[in-house]
Ligand binder design. Structure first.
Ligand code: DON
Length: 425
């Protein structure tokens, strides 16, 4: 069944493969050398299962996607009041590298623009720049579930050409926002932007935020839920810079882009997404990445205002009314992430039974994606010579039995009788 989901995601990726709009980030010379054709999508479920499409193994630098994670680390280490004293949470409406602070407060407007991000670096409590960088590296790696490494060529390239950020850092010092040496703070900032990641790393980092600070791959708690809530809130309003309004309306997930071509997107409680395509629009966001996330949101129903129960609660009960006949009872609102959980559970456990009955009697609502996934379960089982039965008295999944080549049963007993009959045949 994981193949069903993967084929679905591959199809959505392919819808945008021919788009060539945008340009590489040339203001950092090393970034002008990347392959402009790279295109990847990774999706992590709430329990850490990963789907990878396209160039998911291609590494690129994290760039501004680092900003929410350093912001989260600052919140975790010194608390929200101390962070708020130095950095605002208001969208700036300006370019990400604007040399400006809030007129009234003389603080950077938010932690997702360069000024706020540089300030956030300075708030990580450490006695030396290297210790500060080590804390950041450890935090990012814990979120990704593997040791992330620095791209020294990109780091050196940005450090050699980072005059604009140097101006921002010294401006921040002049307003009392930076307490440490601006060049030391900036060096750590340049290093944090130069971590090599893949779309799968981003999906795992996003899933850690989706799980309220617990990495679903390692099970390690990286930070607390309050830190995650504040971080995601600021990502919603500021993560895509002055494209945030369109993003929240059309995609509807807390997200952060980077000039390396990545975008990380989080659906709280459900999943994490990482996409990669290095051709950028004028606002510094990946052109194909934004379009891909828009399609994912529209086709899989991922908008955060499409509210449903936690996807892991989709399975209400699993039991065996007869030896070898297993019933999976679902309930609530079935969206993509819930249906994906059910499909993958059936696939993982299929060796344990001869026949499976999917009971959707208690499902309140279902979207087309979830309907297609659940209907695909019996077809996938049939292809393996196993039997799949659907208890769907209200026809919420199978509106037309011919359309889905699946018989639906009114009760579990009816389905059990059919399964016993077929197994005897
Ligand atoms: O500071 C810079 O300009 C880069 N290291 C990061 C900028 C960036 O990724 C903007 N986001 N799209």
């Amino acid at each position: 069944m994981a193949q069903l989901v993967r084929r679905y995601l591959d199809r959505i990726l392919d819808e945008h493969r021919q788009v060539t709009d945008g340009a590489l980030a040339c203001y950092i010379p090393e970034l002008a050398r990347v392959d402009p054709h790279g295109f990847a999508l990774s999706l992590s479920s709430a329990d850490g299962f990963i789907y990878e499409c396209g160039d998911a193994g291609v590494e690129f630098t994290i760039q501004s996607i680092s900003k929410p994670f350093t912001y989260a680390l600052a919140l975790d280490q010194i608390g929200q009041n101390a962070v708020d004293a130095k950095i605002g949470v208001e969208p700036s409406g300006e370019a990400f590298n604007e040399i400006s602070v809030d007129e009234a407060t003389k603080k950077p407007k938010n932690p997702m623009i360069n000024a706020g991000a540089i300030a956030a670096v300075s708030l990580i409590p450490a006695s030396t720049p290297d210790e500060r960088f080590a804390m950041i590296a450890e935090f990012y790696s814990a979120c990704a579930g593997r040791r992330l490494e620095l791209d020294r060529d990109v780091y050196s390239s940005e450090k050699a050409t980072g005059s604009r950020n140097r101006a921002i850092a010294y401006m921040l010092q002049s307003f009392g926002v930076l307490d440490d040496d601006p060049d030391d703070v900036l060096d750590v900032y340049f290093r944090q932007c130069s971590f090599n990641v893949t779309s799968t790393d981003l999906a795992r980092m996003a899933a850690t935020l989706a799980r309220g600070g617990v990495n679903p791959l390692t099970g390690r708690r990286v930070t607390n839920a309050a830190v995650v809530k504040r971080t995601l809130s600021v990502m919603v309003t500021c993560g895509m810079y002055d494209a945030a309004g369109d993003w929240v309306s059309a995609v509807g997930m807390p997200a952060k882009s980077g000039v390396g071509g990545g975008i990380v997107a989080v659906l709280p409680g459900q999943l994490g997404i990482g996409v990669y395509s290095p051709l950028l629009d004028a606002k510094g966001n990946s052109v194909r990445g934004v379009r891909l996330c828009r399609s994912l949101s529209e086709q899989l129903g991922l908008h955060f205002l499409t509210v449903a129960r936690d996807s892991r609660a989709t399975l209400r009960a699993v039991y065996e009314p007869r030896d070898g006949i297993r019933v999976y009872e679902t309930h609530g609102d079935l969206l993509f992430s819930g249906a994906e959980q059910v499909a993958r559970t059936v696939e993982r456990e299929r060796a344990d039974f001869a026949a499976v009955i999917l009971d959707v009697s208690r499902v309140d609502d279902i979207d087309d994606t979830a309907r297609e996934l659940l209907s695909g379960i019996s077809a996938a089982l049939r292809a393996e010579g196993r039997a799949g039965y659907l208890v769907d008295p209200a026809g919420i999944v199978i509106r037309n039995e011919l359309e889905y080549e699946t018989v639906r049963y009114a009760t579990v007993d009816d389905a059990v009788a059919a399964a016993e009959r077929d197994l005897r045949a």
